[in-house]
Design a binder for this molecule. Structure first.
Ligand SMILES: Nc1ncnc2c1ncn2[C@@H]1O[C@H](COP(=O)(O)OP(=O)(O)OP(=O)(O)O)[C@@H](O)[C@H]1O
Ligand SMILES: [Mg+2]
Length: 598
Protein backbone atom coordinates (compact mmCIF):
# COMPACT_ATOMS: atom_id res chain seq x y z
CA UNK A 1 0.00 0.00 0.00
CA UNK A 2 1.33 3.39 -0.87
CA UNK A 3 0.42 6.27 1.39
CA UNK A 4 1.83 8.82 -0.94
CA UNK A 5 1.02 7.40 -4.34
CA UNK A 6 -0.70 9.68 -6.80
CA UNK A 7 -4.42 9.20 -7.10
CA UNK A 8 -5.35 11.56 -9.86
CA UNK A 9 -7.51 9.25 -11.85
CA UNK A 10 -7.92 9.63 -15.54
CA UNK A 11 -5.44 12.46 -16.12
CA UNK A 12 -3.76 12.60 -19.48
CA UNK A 13 -0.04 12.05 -19.58
CA UNK A 14 1.88 15.31 -19.20
CA UNK A 15 2.50 16.09 -22.83
CA UNK A 16 1.78 19.54 -24.00
CA UNK A 17 3.14 22.20 -26.23
CA UNK A 18 4.50 25.42 -24.80
CA UNK A 19 2.21 27.33 -27.10
CA UNK A 20 -0.99 25.67 -25.95
CA UNK A 21 -0.04 26.14 -22.30
CA UNK A 22 0.77 29.79 -22.90
CA UNK A 23 -2.54 30.16 -24.64
CA UNK A 24 -4.30 28.71 -21.60
CA UNK A 25 -2.39 31.01 -19.32
CA UNK A 26 -2.59 34.34 -21.08
CA UNK A 27 -4.60 33.64 -24.24
CA UNK A 28 -7.36 35.99 -23.17
CA UNK A 29 -4.95 38.79 -22.25
CA UNK A 30 -3.85 39.54 -25.80
CA UNK A 31 -4.79 43.22 -25.66
CA UNK A 32 -2.83 43.82 -22.51
CA UNK A 33 0.15 41.89 -23.88
CA UNK A 34 -0.06 44.11 -26.96
CA UNK A 35 0.00 47.15 -24.66
CA UNK A 36 3.09 45.74 -22.91
CA UNK A 37 4.73 45.21 -26.31
CA UNK A 38 3.94 48.74 -27.42
CA UNK A 39 5.24 50.32 -24.20
CA UNK A 40 8.33 48.11 -24.23
CA UNK A 41 9.07 49.17 -27.80
CA UNK A 42 8.87 52.86 -26.94
CA UNK A 43 10.96 52.31 -23.79
CA UNK A 44 13.64 50.39 -25.73
CA UNK A 45 13.77 52.99 -28.50
CA UNK A 46 14.13 55.67 -25.84
CA UNK A 47 16.93 53.73 -24.23
CA UNK A 48 18.80 53.28 -27.50
CA UNK A 49 18.38 57.02 -28.14
CA UNK A 50 19.76 57.86 -24.71
CA UNK A 51 22.83 55.68 -25.31
CA UNK A 52 23.49 57.37 -28.65
CA UNK A 53 23.16 60.83 -27.10
CA UNK A 54 25.32 60.00 -24.09
CA UNK A 55 28.06 58.51 -26.25
CA UNK A 56 28.03 61.45 -28.68
CA UNK A 57 28.08 64.03 -25.89
CA UNK A 58 30.92 62.21 -24.13
CA UNK A 59 32.92 62.12 -27.32
CA UNK A 60 32.23 65.82 -28.02
CA UNK A 61 33.25 66.77 -24.48
CA UNK A 62 36.54 64.95 -24.99
CA UNK A 63 37.10 66.74 -28.31
CA UNK A 64 35.70 70.07 -27.07
CA UNK A 65 33.58 70.53 -30.19
CA UNK A 66 29.98 70.47 -31.21
CA UNK A 67 28.75 67.17 -32.52
CA UNK A 68 28.93 66.46 -36.17
CA UNK A 69 28.58 62.82 -36.67
CA UNK A 70 27.97 60.09 -39.11
CA UNK A 71 26.61 57.20 -37.18
CA UNK A 72 26.00 54.21 -39.36
CA UNK A 73 23.47 55.36 -41.92
CA UNK A 74 22.52 58.48 -39.94
CA UNK A 75 24.19 61.88 -40.31
CA UNK A 76 23.51 64.61 -37.84
CA UNK A 77 24.85 67.90 -36.60
CA UNK A 78 23.93 69.40 -33.24
CA UNK A 79 25.33 71.43 -30.40
CA UNK A 80 26.08 69.74 -27.09
CA UNK A 81 23.30 71.79 -25.50
CA UNK A 82 20.69 70.53 -27.98
CA UNK A 83 21.82 66.97 -27.46
CA UNK A 84 21.63 67.35 -23.72
CA UNK A 85 18.05 68.64 -24.04
CA UNK A 86 17.17 65.67 -26.24
CA UNK A 87 18.81 63.31 -23.74
CA UNK A 88 16.92 64.94 -20.88
CA UNK A 89 13.60 64.56 -22.76
CA UNK A 90 14.28 60.91 -23.57
CA UNK A 91 15.23 60.15 -19.96
CA UNK A 92 12.00 61.77 -18.72
CA UNK A 93 9.95 59.78 -21.22
CA UNK A 94 11.61 56.57 -20.08
CA UNK A 95 10.86 57.49 -16.48
CA UNK A 96 7.18 57.98 -17.32
CA UNK A 97 7.05 54.63 -19.13
CA UNK A 98 8.05 52.77 -15.96
CA UNK A 99 4.51 53.33 -14.69
CA UNK A 100 2.69 51.29 -17.39
CA UNK A 101 5.64 48.87 -17.55
CA UNK A 102 5.12 48.04 -13.88
CA UNK A 103 1.34 48.15 -13.73
CA UNK A 104 0.50 46.18 -16.87
CA UNK A 105 2.35 42.95 -15.97
CA UNK A 106 1.08 43.10 -12.38
CA UNK A 107 -2.49 43.46 -13.66
CA UNK A 108 -2.06 40.58 -16.07
CA UNK A 109 -0.67 38.33 -13.33
CA UNK A 110 -3.37 39.29 -10.81
CA UNK A 111 -6.14 38.66 -13.35
CA UNK A 112 -4.58 35.39 -14.47
CA UNK A 113 -4.44 34.17 -10.88
CA UNK A 114 -8.01 35.16 -10.05
CA UNK A 115 -9.23 33.81 -13.40
CA UNK A 116 -7.53 30.43 -12.95
CA UNK A 117 -8.91 30.05 -9.45
CA UNK A 118 -12.46 30.85 -10.49
CA UNK A 119 -12.28 28.67 -13.58
CA UNK A 120 -11.05 25.67 -11.63
CA UNK A 121 -13.52 26.08 -8.82
CA UNK A 122 -16.40 26.51 -11.25
CA UNK A 123 -15.47 23.21 -12.92
CA UNK A 124 -15.07 21.53 -9.54
CA UNK A 125 -18.46 22.79 -8.40
CA UNK A 126 -20.09 21.44 -11.56
CA UNK A 127 -18.24 18.11 -11.50
CA UNK A 128 -19.91 14.79 -10.76
CA UNK A 129 -19.78 13.42 -7.24
CA UNK A 130 -17.98 10.41 -8.68
CA UNK A 131 -15.02 12.55 -9.74
CA UNK A 132 -15.16 14.84 -6.70
CA UNK A 133 -15.13 11.88 -4.32
CA UNK A 134 -12.08 10.36 -6.01
CA UNK A 135 -9.93 13.44 -5.37
CA UNK A 136 -7.14 12.91 -2.95
CA UNK A 137 -7.51 14.78 0.32
CA UNK A 138 -6.05 18.29 0.10
CA UNK A 139 -5.66 18.12 -3.68
CA UNK A 140 -8.20 20.79 -4.55
CA UNK A 141 -6.77 23.08 -1.87
CA UNK A 142 -3.25 22.62 -3.21
CA UNK A 143 -4.38 23.24 -6.77
CA UNK A 144 -6.39 26.32 -5.83
CA UNK A 145 -3.61 27.91 -3.77
CA UNK A 146 0.00 26.87 -4.31
CA UNK A 147 -0.22 25.53 -7.85
CA UNK A 148 -2.18 28.53 -9.12
CA UNK A 149 0.45 30.81 -7.58
CA UNK A 150 3.19 28.95 -9.41
CA UNK A 151 1.27 29.05 -12.66
CA UNK A 152 0.73 32.77 -12.15
CA UNK A 153 4.48 33.23 -11.92
CA UNK A 154 4.45 31.96 -15.50
CA UNK A 155 2.13 34.80 -16.54
CA UNK A 156 4.53 37.32 -14.99
CA UNK A 157 7.45 35.71 -16.79
CA UNK A 158 5.57 35.70 -20.08
CA UNK A 159 5.15 39.47 -19.92
CA UNK A 160 8.77 39.84 -18.82
CA UNK A 161 9.70 37.74 -21.83
CA UNK A 162 7.75 40.04 -24.16
CA UNK A 163 9.39 43.08 -22.62
CA UNK A 164 12.95 41.75 -22.65
CA UNK A 165 12.73 40.27 -26.15
CA UNK A 166 11.51 43.54 -27.58
CA UNK A 167 14.21 45.48 -25.76
CA UNK A 168 16.84 42.98 -26.89
CA UNK A 169 15.74 43.18 -30.52
CA UNK A 170 15.65 46.99 -30.56
CA UNK A 171 19.00 47.40 -28.83
CA UNK A 172 20.51 44.89 -31.22
CA UNK A 173 18.95 46.70 -34.16
CA UNK A 174 20.45 49.96 -32.91
CA UNK A 175 23.81 48.25 -32.54
CA UNK A 176 23.51 46.96 -36.12
CA UNK A 177 22.90 50.52 -37.31
CA UNK A 178 25.96 51.72 -35.41
CA UNK A 179 28.28 48.81 -36.14
CA UNK A 180 27.09 45.75 -38.07
CA UNK A 181 30.16 43.55 -37.33
CA UNK A 182 30.04 44.02 -33.56
CA UNK A 183 26.29 43.50 -33.46
CA UNK A 184 26.61 40.43 -35.66
CA UNK A 185 29.07 38.81 -33.26
CA UNK A 186 26.86 39.51 -30.23
CA UNK A 187 23.76 38.17 -31.94
CA UNK A 188 25.55 35.05 -33.16
CA UNK A 189 26.87 34.19 -29.70
CA UNK A 190 23.49 34.94 -28.08
CA UNK A 191 21.66 32.58 -30.44
CA UNK A 192 24.30 29.90 -30.00
CA UNK A 193 24.12 30.16 -26.22
CA UNK A 194 20.36 29.94 -26.30
CA UNK A 195 20.58 26.74 -28.33
CA UNK A 196 23.37 25.24 -26.19
CA UNK A 197 21.43 25.81 -22.97
CA UNK A 198 18.32 24.07 -24.28
CA UNK A 199 18.98 20.64 -22.63
CA UNK A 200 19.37 22.35 -19.25
CA UNK A 201 16.07 24.18 -19.75
CA UNK A 202 14.30 20.89 -20.59
CA UNK A 203 15.74 19.26 -17.50
CA UNK A 204 14.48 22.19 -15.41
CA UNK A 205 11.00 21.80 -16.90
CA UNK A 206 10.98 18.07 -16.16
CA UNK A 207 11.92 18.65 -12.53
CA UNK A 208 9.26 21.34 -12.25
CA UNK A 209 6.70 18.78 -13.43
CA UNK A 210 7.85 16.30 -10.80
CA UNK A 211 7.79 19.03 -8.17
CA UNK A 212 4.20 19.88 -9.05
CA UNK A 213 3.13 16.25 -8.50
CA UNK A 214 5.16 15.95 -5.31
CA UNK A 215 3.52 19.08 -3.88
CA UNK A 216 0.07 17.56 -4.38
CA UNK A 217 1.23 14.50 -2.39
CA UNK A 218 2.65 16.72 0.32
CA UNK A 219 -0.60 18.72 0.57
CA UNK A 220 -2.57 15.47 0.83
CA UNK A 221 -0.34 14.26 3.65
CA UNK A 222 -0.71 17.53 5.56
CA UNK A 223 -4.50 17.57 5.18
CA UNK A 224 -4.70 14.00 6.39
CA UNK A 225 -2.39 14.61 9.36
CA UNK A 226 -4.54 17.59 10.33
CA UNK A 227 -7.75 15.56 10.11
CA UNK A 228 -6.28 12.71 12.16
CA UNK A 229 -4.63 14.87 14.84
CA UNK A 230 -6.87 13.50 17.61
CA UNK A 231 -6.25 9.85 16.70
CA UNK A 232 -2.53 10.56 16.31
CA UNK A 233 -2.42 11.82 19.91
CA UNK A 234 -4.41 8.94 21.32
CA UNK A 235 -2.41 6.27 19.52
CA UNK A 236 0.87 8.01 20.39
CA UNK A 237 2.06 7.97 16.76
CA UNK A 238 3.07 11.63 16.51
CA UNK A 239 6.67 10.57 15.81
CA UNK A 240 5.70 8.29 12.93
CA UNK A 241 3.34 10.92 11.58
CA UNK A 242 6.19 13.43 11.69
CA UNK A 243 8.46 11.04 9.84
CA UNK A 244 5.88 10.57 7.11
CA UNK A 245 5.41 14.31 6.63
CA UNK A 246 9.20 14.82 6.82
CA UNK A 247 9.64 12.34 3.95
CA UNK A 248 7.12 14.26 1.87
CA UNK A 249 8.82 17.53 2.78
CA UNK A 250 12.21 16.13 1.79
CA UNK A 251 10.92 14.84 -1.52
CA UNK A 252 9.65 18.36 -2.30
CA UNK A 253 12.86 19.93 -1.03
CA UNK A 254 15.07 17.94 -3.31
CA UNK A 255 13.00 18.82 -6.40
CA UNK A 256 12.59 22.43 -5.30
CA UNK A 257 16.36 22.67 -4.90
CA UNK A 258 16.96 21.27 -8.37
CA UNK A 259 14.43 23.56 -10.06
CA UNK A 260 15.85 26.58 -8.26
CA UNK A 261 19.40 25.66 -9.28
CA UNK A 262 18.23 25.51 -12.88
CA UNK A 263 16.49 28.87 -12.64
CA UNK A 264 19.76 30.40 -11.39
CA UNK A 265 22.31 28.33 -13.29
CA UNK A 266 21.09 28.80 -16.84
CA UNK A 267 21.02 32.63 -16.76
CA UNK A 268 24.28 32.68 -14.76
CA UNK A 269 26.04 30.57 -17.36
CA UNK A 270 24.71 32.92 -19.95
CA UNK A 271 25.91 35.93 -17.97
CA UNK A 272 29.43 34.58 -17.81
CA UNK A 273 29.46 34.74 -21.57
CA UNK A 274 28.63 38.43 -21.52
CA UNK A 275 32.31 39.25 -21.13
CA UNK A 276 33.30 36.83 -23.79
CA UNK A 277 30.66 38.47 -25.91
CA UNK A 278 31.97 41.95 -25.30
CA UNK A 279 35.59 41.09 -25.94
CA UNK A 280 34.57 39.31 -29.13
CA UNK A 281 32.56 42.32 -30.26
CA UNK A 282 35.46 44.67 -29.59
CA UNK A 283 37.79 42.33 -31.44
CA UNK A 284 35.38 42.45 -34.37
CA UNK A 285 35.41 46.26 -34.24
CA UNK A 286 39.18 46.26 -34.11
CA UNK A 287 39.40 43.91 -37.07
CA UNK A 288 37.20 46.09 -39.29
CA UNK A 289 38.67 49.33 -37.86
CA UNK A 290 36.41 51.94 -36.33
CA UNK A 291 37.82 55.25 -35.33
CA UNK A 292 34.84 57.33 -34.25
CA UNK A 293 34.84 57.64 -30.46
CA UNK A 294 31.15 58.62 -30.34
CA UNK A 295 29.79 55.73 -32.26
CA UNK A 296 32.21 53.33 -30.55
CA UNK A 297 31.01 54.44 -27.11
CA UNK A 298 27.39 54.02 -28.14
CA UNK A 299 28.07 50.54 -29.54
CA UNK A 300 29.76 49.42 -26.33
CA UNK A 301 26.91 50.77 -24.20
CA UNK A 302 24.33 49.09 -26.41
CA UNK A 303 26.16 45.80 -26.42
CA UNK A 304 26.50 45.75 -22.64
CA UNK A 305 22.81 46.50 -22.26
CA UNK A 306 21.80 44.03 -24.95
CA UNK A 307 23.89 41.33 -23.31
CA UNK A 308 22.36 42.08 -19.92
CA UNK A 309 18.97 41.98 -21.56
CA UNK A 310 19.78 38.67 -23.12
CA UNK A 311 20.40 37.33 -19.64
CA UNK A 312 17.04 38.60 -18.41
CA UNK A 313 15.50 36.97 -21.43
CA UNK A 314 17.07 33.67 -20.44
CA UNK A 315 15.80 33.99 -16.86
CA UNK A 316 12.28 34.81 -18.03
CA UNK A 317 12.28 31.94 -20.50
CA UNK A 318 13.65 29.45 -18.00
CA UNK A 319 11.21 30.43 -15.27
CA UNK A 320 8.33 30.44 -17.72
CA UNK A 321 9.21 26.97 -18.90
CA UNK A 322 9.30 25.75 -15.32
CA UNK A 323 5.88 27.28 -14.60
CA UNK A 324 4.14 25.56 -17.47
CA UNK A 325 3.94 22.13 -15.77
CA UNK A 326 1.83 23.82 -13.12
CA UNK A 327 -0.41 25.32 -15.80
CA UNK A 328 -0.70 21.85 -17.31
CA UNK A 329 -1.68 20.28 -14.00
CA UNK A 330 -4.33 22.94 -13.42
CA UNK A 331 -5.71 22.43 -16.88
CA UNK A 332 -5.85 18.66 -16.51
CA UNK A 333 -7.66 19.01 -13.18
CA UNK A 334 -10.08 21.52 -14.68
CA UNK A 335 -10.78 19.31 -17.70
CA UNK A 336 -11.27 16.25 -15.53
CA UNK A 337 -13.86 18.10 -13.46
CA UNK A 338 -15.54 19.69 -16.47
CA UNK A 339 -15.79 16.44 -18.45
CA UNK A 340 -17.53 14.72 -15.55
CA UNK A 341 -20.21 17.38 -15.25
CA UNK A 342 -23.53 15.51 -15.13
CA UNK A 343 -26.16 16.36 -17.72
CA UNK A 344 -29.18 18.36 -16.65
CA UNK A 345 -32.51 17.18 -18.04
CA UNK A 346 -34.15 20.57 -17.70
CA UNK A 347 -37.66 19.09 -17.29
CA UNK A 348 -39.81 20.68 -14.63
CA UNK A 349 -40.43 18.69 -11.46
CA UNK A 350 -43.11 20.28 -9.29
CA UNK A 351 -43.40 17.46 -6.77
CA UNK A 352 -42.05 14.01 -6.15
CA UNK A 353 -44.64 11.23 -6.18
CA UNK A 354 -43.44 7.68 -6.72
CA UNK A 355 -39.78 6.69 -6.71
CA UNK A 356 -38.82 3.43 -8.37
CA UNK A 357 -35.72 1.43 -9.33
CA UNK A 358 -36.00 -1.01 -12.23
CA UNK A 359 -33.21 -3.59 -12.25
CA UNK A 360 -30.66 -1.03 -11.08
CA UNK A 361 -27.06 -2.24 -10.93
CA UNK A 362 -24.02 -0.24 -10.00
CA UNK A 363 -20.25 -0.83 -10.09
CA UNK A 364 -17.50 1.53 -8.92
CA UNK A 365 -15.05 -0.56 -10.92
CA UNK A 366 -16.30 -2.12 -14.15
CA UNK A 367 -17.04 -5.83 -13.69
CA UNK A 368 -17.33 -5.62 -9.89
CA UNK A 369 -20.97 -4.72 -9.13
CA UNK A 370 -21.81 -3.55 -5.61
CA UNK A 371 -25.54 -3.35 -6.41
CA UNK A 372 -27.21 -5.95 -8.63
CA UNK A 373 -30.64 -5.79 -10.23
CA UNK A 374 -32.34 -3.79 -7.49
CA UNK A 375 -36.04 -3.11 -8.13
CA UNK A 376 -38.60 -1.41 -5.90
CA UNK A 377 -41.32 1.24 -5.94
CA UNK A 378 -42.07 3.65 -3.12
CA UNK A 379 -45.11 5.92 -2.88
CA UNK A 380 -45.09 9.50 -1.70
CA UNK A 381 -45.34 9.75 2.08
CA UNK A 382 -43.92 6.31 2.84
CA UNK A 383 -41.19 5.89 5.45
CA UNK A 384 -38.64 3.32 4.33
CA UNK A 385 -35.91 1.74 6.42
CA UNK A 386 -32.80 0.24 4.82
CA UNK A 387 -30.87 -2.47 6.66
CA UNK A 388 -28.05 -4.81 5.78
CA UNK A 389 -24.54 -5.71 6.85
CA UNK A 390 -21.63 -3.34 6.47
CA UNK A 391 -20.48 -3.11 2.87
CA UNK A 392 -23.79 -4.47 1.54
CA UNK A 393 -24.36 -1.41 -0.64
CA UNK A 394 -26.76 0.73 1.44
CA UNK A 395 -24.86 4.02 1.07
CA UNK A 396 -24.36 3.34 -2.63
CA UNK A 397 -28.10 2.80 -3.06
CA UNK A 398 -28.79 6.05 -1.23
CA UNK A 399 -26.31 7.94 -3.43
CA UNK A 400 -28.16 6.72 -6.52
CA UNK A 401 -31.47 7.75 -4.91
CA UNK A 402 -30.03 11.23 -4.37
CA UNK A 403 -28.79 11.38 -8.00
CA UNK A 404 -25.22 11.69 -6.73
CA UNK A 405 -24.43 8.67 -8.87
CA UNK A 406 -26.11 7.26 -11.95
CA UNK A 407 -26.95 3.53 -12.25
CA UNK A 408 -24.50 1.50 -14.34
CA UNK A 409 -27.52 -0.42 -15.64
CA UNK A 410 -31.28 -0.31 -15.12
CA UNK A 411 -33.58 2.66 -14.65
CA UNK A 412 -34.40 5.08 -11.88
CA UNK A 413 -37.93 6.43 -12.29
CA UNK A 414 -39.52 9.43 -10.60
CA UNK A 415 -43.25 9.98 -11.16
CA UNK A 416 -42.89 7.09 -13.66
CA UNK A 417 -40.46 9.08 -15.83
CA UNK A 418 -36.66 8.67 -16.10
CA UNK A 419 -35.05 10.73 -13.36
CA UNK A 420 -32.46 12.18 -15.78
CA UNK A 421 -35.14 14.19 -17.56
CA UNK A 422 -35.74 16.50 -14.59
CA UNK A 423 -33.94 19.76 -13.89
CA UNK A 424 -31.36 19.38 -11.16
CA UNK A 425 -32.40 22.70 -9.62
CA UNK A 426 -35.95 21.35 -9.04
CA UNK A 427 -34.56 18.10 -7.74
CA UNK A 428 -32.25 19.75 -5.20
CA UNK A 429 -35.13 21.87 -3.95
CA UNK A 430 -37.29 18.81 -3.27
CA UNK A 431 -34.75 16.31 -1.93
CA UNK A 432 -32.66 16.58 1.24
CA UNK A 433 -30.06 14.44 2.95
CA UNK A 434 -28.33 13.98 6.28
CA UNK A 435 -25.02 12.12 6.00
CA UNK A 436 -23.82 9.68 8.61
CA UNK A 437 -21.03 12.03 9.61
CA UNK A 438 -22.31 15.56 10.24
CA UNK A 439 -20.26 18.23 8.45
CA UNK A 440 -20.56 21.82 9.58
CA UNK A 441 -19.37 25.08 8.08
CA UNK A 442 -17.18 27.26 10.22
CA UNK A 443 -20.00 29.80 10.59
CA UNK A 444 -22.99 30.66 12.77
CA UNK A 445 -25.66 28.06 13.56
CA UNK A 446 -28.09 30.10 11.43
CA UNK A 447 -25.75 30.01 8.43
CA UNK A 448 -25.22 26.30 8.96
CA UNK A 449 -28.93 25.60 8.82
CA UNK A 450 -29.49 28.02 5.93
CA UNK A 451 -26.57 26.52 3.98
CA UNK A 452 -26.38 29.17 1.23
CA UNK A 453 -30.07 28.92 0.37
CA UNK A 454 -32.59 31.72 0.38
CA UNK A 455 -34.39 30.87 3.64
CA UNK A 456 -35.84 33.28 6.20
CA UNK A 457 -35.25 33.12 9.96
CA UNK A 458 -38.70 31.64 10.49
CA UNK A 459 -37.87 28.66 8.30
CA UNK A 460 -34.58 28.15 10.19
CA UNK A 461 -36.31 28.17 13.56
CA UNK A 462 -39.06 25.81 12.42
CA UNK A 463 -36.43 23.36 11.18
CA UNK A 464 -34.39 23.71 14.38
CA UNK A 465 -37.49 22.93 16.46
CA UNK A 466 -38.28 19.86 14.37
CA UNK A 467 -34.68 18.68 14.72
CA UNK A 468 -34.98 19.22 18.49
CA UNK A 469 -32.01 21.58 18.57
CA UNK A 470 -33.82 24.93 19.03
CA UNK A 471 -33.82 24.71 22.86
CA UNK A 472 -30.07 24.03 22.88
CA UNK A 473 -29.37 26.92 20.52
CA UNK A 474 -31.32 29.52 22.49
CA UNK A 475 -29.57 28.40 25.67
CA UNK A 476 -26.21 29.46 24.21
CA UNK A 477 -25.24 33.11 24.91
CA UNK A 478 -25.00 33.94 21.20
CA UNK A 479 -28.04 31.88 20.23
CA UNK A 480 -28.37 31.38 16.49
CA UNK A 481 -25.25 33.52 15.99
CA UNK A 482 -23.03 31.06 17.86
CA UNK A 483 -20.10 30.12 15.68
CA UNK A 484 -19.89 26.37 15.20
CA UNK A 485 -17.71 24.35 12.90
CA UNK A 486 -15.68 21.21 12.48
CA UNK A 487 -13.19 22.28 15.13
CA UNK A 488 -15.34 24.63 17.25
CA UNK A 489 -15.90 23.31 20.76
CA UNK A 490 -19.35 24.86 20.98
CA UNK A 491 -21.23 21.77 19.89
CA UNK A 492 -21.29 18.09 20.73
CA UNK A 493 -21.49 15.29 18.18
CA UNK A 494 -25.23 14.85 18.80
CA UNK A 495 -25.83 18.58 18.46
CA UNK A 496 -23.93 18.60 15.18
CA UNK A 497 -26.17 15.80 13.93
CA UNK A 498 -29.28 17.74 14.88
CA UNK A 499 -28.00 20.92 13.19
CA UNK A 500 -27.50 18.85 10.03
CA UNK A 501 -31.02 17.47 10.37
CA UNK A 502 -32.34 21.04 10.71
CA UNK A 503 -30.39 21.94 7.56
CA UNK A 504 -32.10 19.11 5.72
CA UNK A 505 -35.57 20.04 6.96
CA UNK A 506 -35.25 23.82 6.50
CA UNK A 507 -36.38 23.99 2.86
CA UNK A 508 -39.35 21.65 3.47
CA UNK A 509 -38.16 18.77 1.28
CA UNK A 510 -40.54 16.19 -0.16
CA UNK A 511 -37.95 13.45 0.02
CA UNK A 512 -35.62 13.07 2.99
CA UNK A 513 -32.74 10.62 3.01
CA UNK A 514 -30.98 9.85 6.28
CA UNK A 515 -27.83 7.77 6.75
CA UNK A 516 -28.38 6.63 10.36
CA UNK A 517 -28.87 10.20 11.58
CA UNK A 518 -29.32 9.43 15.26
CA UNK A 519 -26.19 7.41 15.95
CA UNK A 520 -24.69 10.05 18.25
CA UNK A 521 -27.91 10.76 20.14
CA UNK A 522 -29.03 9.65 23.56
CA UNK A 523 -32.21 7.51 23.55
CA UNK A 524 -34.32 10.45 24.73
CA UNK A 525 -33.19 12.82 21.92
CA UNK A 526 -33.55 9.98 19.45
CA UNK A 527 -37.16 9.40 20.49
CA UNK A 528 -37.92 13.11 20.20
CA UNK A 529 -36.46 13.27 16.69
CA UNK A 530 -38.40 10.21 15.68
CA UNK A 531 -41.55 11.92 16.93
CA UNK A 532 -40.73 14.96 14.77
CA UNK A 533 -40.11 12.84 11.71
CA UNK A 534 -43.25 10.82 12.31
CA UNK A 535 -45.21 14.06 12.49
CA UNK A 536 -43.76 15.03 9.09
CA UNK A 537 -44.77 11.74 7.54
CA UNK A 538 -47.65 13.19 5.59
CA UNK A 539 -45.30 15.82 4.12
CA UNK A 540 -42.43 13.71 2.91
CA UNK A 541 -41.11 10.41 1.69
CA UNK A 542 -38.44 9.19 4.07
CA UNK A 543 -35.56 6.81 3.47
CA UNK A 544 -33.39 5.99 6.42
CA UNK A 545 -30.43 3.66 6.65
CA UNK A 546 -30.62 1.98 10.04
CA UNK A 547 -27.81 0.41 11.99
CA UNK A 548 -30.03 0.33 15.08
CA UNK A 549 -33.38 -1.44 15.11
CA UNK A 550 -34.91 1.42 17.10
CA UNK A 551 -34.45 3.65 14.05
CA UNK A 552 -36.96 1.49 12.22
CA UNK A 553 -39.80 2.28 14.65
CA UNK A 554 -41.11 5.03 12.42
CA UNK A 555 -40.76 3.06 9.16
CA UNK A 556 -43.66 1.58 7.20
CA UNK A 557 -41.53 -0.84 5.18
CA UNK A 558 -37.95 -2.04 5.36
CA UNK A 559 -35.48 -2.99 2.61
CA UNK A 560 -33.02 -5.77 3.44
CA UNK A 561 -29.84 -5.46 1.36
CA UNK A 562 -27.43 -8.38 1.36
CA UNK A 563 -24.34 -8.36 -0.80
CA UNK A 564 -25.69 -5.76 -3.22
CA UNK A 565 -29.09 -7.41 -3.68
CA UNK A 566 -32.46 -6.31 -2.37
CA UNK A 567 -33.47 -9.65 -0.83
CA UNK A 568 -36.63 -8.46 0.88
CA UNK A 569 -38.78 -5.33 1.01
CA UNK A 570 -41.78 -5.52 3.30
CA UNK A 571 -43.39 -4.48 6.55
CA UNK A 572 -41.57 -5.27 9.78
CA UNK A 573 -44.24 -7.81 10.74
CA UNK A 574 -43.76 -9.77 7.51
CA UNK A 575 -39.94 -9.51 7.63
CA UNK A 576 -39.75 -10.87 11.14
CA UNK A 577 -41.70 -13.90 9.91
CA UNK A 578 -39.95 -14.45 6.62
CA UNK A 579 -36.48 -12.90 6.53
CA UNK A 580 -33.72 -14.68 8.50
CA UNK A 581 -31.38 -11.68 8.49
CA UNK A 582 -34.05 -9.32 9.80
CA UNK A 583 -35.19 -11.85 12.38
CA UNK A 584 -31.73 -12.42 13.79
CA UNK A 585 -31.02 -8.70 13.82
CA UNK A 586 -34.25 -8.11 15.75
CA UNK A 587 -33.41 -10.80 18.23
CA UNK A 588 -29.98 -9.35 18.88
CA UNK A 589 -31.55 -5.92 19.30
CA UNK A 590 -34.18 -7.31 21.68
CA UNK A 591 -31.47 -9.00 23.76
CA UNK A 592 -29.49 -5.78 24.00
CA UNK A 593 -31.75 -2.73 23.63
CA UNK A 594 -30.38 -0.30 21.06
CA UNK A 595 -28.03 -3.07 19.87
CA UNK A 596 -26.17 -2.84 16.61
CA UNK A 597 -27.20 -4.87 13.61
CA UNK A 598 -24.63 -7.48 12.53
N1 LIG B 1 -16.04 5.24 -3.63
C1 LIG B 1 -15.96 3.90 -3.75
N2 LIG B 1 -15.12 3.36 -4.64
C2 LIG B 1 -15.02 2.02 -4.77
N3 LIG B 1 -15.72 1.15 -4.04
C3 LIG B 1 -16.58 1.63 -3.13
C4 LIG B 1 -16.72 3.03 -2.93
N4 LIG B 1 -17.64 3.22 -1.97
C5 LIG B 1 -18.03 1.99 -1.58
N5 LIG B 1 -17.40 1.04 -2.27
C6 LIG B 1 -17.59 -0.42 -2.14
O1 LIG B 1 -18.95 -0.71 -2.42
C7 LIG B 1 -19.46 -1.66 -1.51
C8 LIG B 1 -20.73 -1.10 -0.86
O2 LIG B 1 -20.36 0.03 -0.10
P1 LIG B 1 -21.42 0.91 0.65
O3 LIG B 1 -20.72 2.09 1.19
O4 LIG B 1 -22.58 1.14 -0.22
O5 LIG B 1 -21.84 -0.08 1.83
P2 LIG B 1 -22.81 0.16 3.08
O6 LIG B 1 -23.84 -0.87 3.00
O7 LIG B 1 -23.24 1.56 3.12
O8 LIG B 1 -21.84 -0.16 4.27
P3 LIG B 1 -21.79 0.49 5.75
O9 LIG B 1 -22.92 -0.13 6.52
O10 LIG B 1 -20.50 -0.01 6.28
O11 LIG B 1 -21.87 1.96 5.64
C9 LIG B 1 -18.38 -1.97 -0.53
O12 LIG B 1 -17.80 -3.19 -0.89
C10 LIG B 1 -17.36 -0.87 -0.72
O13 LIG B 1 -16.06 -1.37 -0.59
MG1 LIG C 1 -22.74 3.21 4.42
Amino acid sequence: MSLTGPSEHGERSPQYSMRSQLDLLIGDKRRRIAAVSFTSTIAALTEAGIFAVVAQVAAALVNGKSVHSQTGIFHFHATIGTLLWIGFGLALLRLALQWPLSILPARIAADVQAGLRKKIFRSFAGASWDVQSRDREGQLQEIMTNQTSQATAGALQATALVNTSITFVILMAAAVVLSPPAAGVVLGIAVLMFALLRPLRSLGARWARELSAEQVRYAGGVAEANRLAEETQVFGVAGAQFDRIARLVDACRSLFLRTQVMIKLVPNLYQSFIYLLLIAALAALHAVGSGRAGSLGAVVLLLVRAAQNGQQLQTAYQTLQQSLPFVDRLDRARTRYAESSPADGGGQLASVGTLAFENVSFAYTPGRPVLSEVSFAVDAGEAIGIVGPSGAGKSTLVQILLRLRAPSAGRYLVNRGAVEQYARADWHRLVAYVPQEPRLLHASVAENIRFFRDLDDEALERAARLARIHEDIVSWPEGYETIVGPRADAVSGGQQQRICLARALAARPQVLVLDEPTSALDPHSETLIQESLTALKTELTLFTIAHRMSTLDMCDRVMVILDGRLVAFDTKAVLIEQNPYYRSASMIAAGAPGGVLP
